[in-house]
Design a protein around this ligand. Sequence first.
Ligand code: ADE
Length: 244
Amino acid sequence: MRIDILTLFPDMCEAVLGDSIIGRARVAGAVEIHCHNIRDYTTDKHGRVDDAPYGGGMGMIMGVQPIYDCYKTLFSEQGKKPHVIYMSPKGKTFNQKKAIELSNREHIVLLCGHYEGIDQRVLDEIVDEEISIGDYVLTGGEMAAVVVTDAVCRMLPGVLSDEVCFTEESHFSGLLEYPQYTRPAEWMGKKVPDVLLSGHHKNIEKWRREQALLTTLEKRPEMLDSASLSAADKKFLESIEYSE
Ligand code: ADE
């Protein structure tokens, strides 16, 4: 998979995406990520990429030309239109389902706005969808692009060491993850649950499933409405609800 980030601050994205698991995945060739500086594409002799809004108002608006030329260069290099996403608080809220969906695409472009936004005409021309990472406003789309890139990349084969890493974790199965423990078996008088020390795999599996159900019921009960639950899961939840 290839991800191109179009931004005025490529170093911000590189700083995060060049490190840790995603950094190593890039070196290993599991994913290709390129951060492009939109300013490199401006034809303005002073290097400007923004201008005052028509109709007046505060701040500056990123203009059409450098963004479109950056996009066109990518398009012609690749020979195929990439799926273009504009990072924006006006977009649909990002979630795990969207991360999985995007990880199945060959090539995505994440366009980051700054200042007061981007001229609507270039958005209308090149953008396929808008994504927000939550109901708050950031100073620019870079941090949102990094969040989306991270969540998408870790779904790609070869990025995490073991598939179990994500099939059991929060949100993948529609439930929040069960609690985890490591050594020591007792710390400050708090013991690791006995079942985890028992070596009895069936009991451990059952305990973990029930803990995932309990955690979800406590922290995000609305997620249970759309999770796929077995008859045993439902029975367990009923027993909890009745005992409260
Ligand atoms: N740009 C500014 N705020 C944002 C948000 N919440 N999500 C995505 N991009 C943004």
